[in-house]
Ligand binder design. Structure first.
Ligand code: SF4
Length: 434
């Protein structure tokens, strides 16, 4: 028997409301919480007994005898209704309920499969495409059918040639689906950045992809749509990458279809456990992930990864923060600064970052507006070093000015990338600048 902790909020919108009570017996696949307004149904990933319910989660003690056994969702009249019944949300981290996107009608538009896997180290999306491209392509076709879009794109980084070749083999001579190869920079997976690469125009931060007659859905979300349509399977399992300072080595470990609610610590143990002292367990990817708690973090519908890092560097002096709209926010940068034992003396944000409905959004994700002013502001306010969370292009600009001003630079991903021997976010190679 194991304990599965299933959060009531794994999506954009209010937390769901449980439809079970402590002591109930539940089956794998059974709906256990309903949306409260905007949201998505939650189903039990395990057969067992409900032993605890709080405002945040439901705990079920149970086991999975056979992963193929689950309570099927009801047969629905439409693909969007199927997505609603299955509780499908954006699996890339956004958590936006998929049925809303699938209710769009774009008879002269496109569906874009976001297979960019923007975050380095995370590898499960690309591995899925290498091993099972059909499941994503079928999902793309279901999404095209639902939205009446005549054209589909698969956006993927050009470096992933094995996955691209698997996709092309399945697409064959079909004209309605096209693979769009993109540069390896961050944040190339941002929806508006992808639309810019395909159509050459920028949506404003307030605009949604639908205003470019586009629906953008993550590759794993599309795979979940295929499972829901063909197998009537609700979202009860998640693909995830686990990496970092592990006894199994620095290579990323991909786990396919892990039951939601599984403790992250169990996956780390499957990789041999943590190798000695560590700094953080980052839940998510290096750029947008947050420090998790090894004892309480669990797999959710939107978990991208878990990365165990080396201890953070120490700098016991005045530091300035330069905040990006697409990478770490100010809260995360302050968390890192505190762990570095630094004193935050100034904060500024990239001038491309504008506030939309209470959150920072970038005007042109990945296209630098210039960072000299921001670095000068931090230095003028007493920062002797700076901690930045900028995208690849903006970090390149920071590196063109900060060292000349005598200001050393940390990027918030440094300790994560040093852990696995990945190149640090600094200067862009010439070919990626074009
Ligand atoms: S342009 Fe600025 S806000 Fe936009 S992604 Fe780059 S650093 Fe972030």
């Amino acid at each position: 028997m194991a304990l599965y902790r299933i959060p009531l909020k794994q999506h954009v919108g209010a937390p769901c409301v449980e439809v079970i009570k402590i002591g109930d017996k539940v089956l794998r696949g059974q709906c256990i919480a309903e949306p409260n307004g905007l949201g998505a149904k939650i189903h039990s990933s395990v057969t067992g007994k409900v032993i605890n319910i709080t405002d945040e989660f439901m705990e079920i003690e149970g086991e999975i005898i056979n992963k193929e056994d689950y309570v099927k969702i009801k047969k629905c009249k439409s693909i969007s209704e199927t997505a609603y019944e299955a509780g499908i949300v954006g699996a890339g981290g956004a958590g936006f309920p998929a049925y809303i996107k699938l209710k769009s009608e774009i008879p002269d538009g496109v569906v874009i499969a976001n297979c960019v896997e923007c975050e380095p180290i995370l590898n499960h999306n690309i591995k899925l495409l290498e091993e099972n491209p059909e499941i994503v392509i079928k999902g793309l076709r279901y999404a095209m059918e639902a939205t009446k879009a005549p054209k589909g794109y698969i956006a993927i980084k050009a470096k992933n040639q094995a996955a691209i070749s698997s996709l092309r083999k399945v697409i064959g001579n079909a004209k309605d689906i096209e693979v769009k190869e993109l540069k390896d920079i961050y944040p190339m997976g941002e929806e508006r950045a992808i639309i810019h690469e395909i159509f050459g125009t920028w949506l404003t931060p307030e605009q949604l992809p639908i205003e470019a007659k586009s629906v953008v859905m993550n590759g794993e979300t599309l795979a979940n749509l295929t499972r829901a349509v063909e197998d009537l399977k609700p979202v009860i399992d998640k693909d995830i990458t686990v990496g970092g300072k592990l006894k199994s080595g620095k290579e990323a470990n991909v786990f396919f279809q892990v039951p939601i609610g599984t403790p992250i610590s169990i996956l780390i143990d499957k990789c041999g456990g943590i190798d000695g002292d560590y700094g953080e367990v980052v839940i998510g990817g290096p750029y947008t992930g947050k420090a998790g708690d090894i004892h309480n973090s669990v797999v959710t519908k939107i978990s991208g990864g878990a990365i165990v890092t080396i201890p953070l560097p120490e700098y016991k002096g005045p530091i300035g923060l330069l905040v990006c709209a697409c990478g770490a926010d100010e809260v995360r940068l302050r968390d890192i600064a505190e762990k570095m034992k630094s004193e935050v003396v100034a904060v500024t944000k990239c001038k491309n970052a504008v506030e939309v409905r209470g959150v920072n959004k970038c005007l042109t994700p990945g296209d630098c507006p210039g960072q000299v002013q921001g670095v000068m502001h931090l230095k003028k306010n007493g920062a002797k070093r700076i901690l930045i969370s900028n995208c690849s292009d903006c970090t390149n600009t920071v590196m063109c000015c900060a060292p000349n001003m005598g200001v050393p630079v940390y990027h918030h991903t440094d300790h994560i990338f040093r852990t696995v021997g990945h190149e640090l976010t600094r200067r862009l190679p010439m070919e990626e600048k074009k």
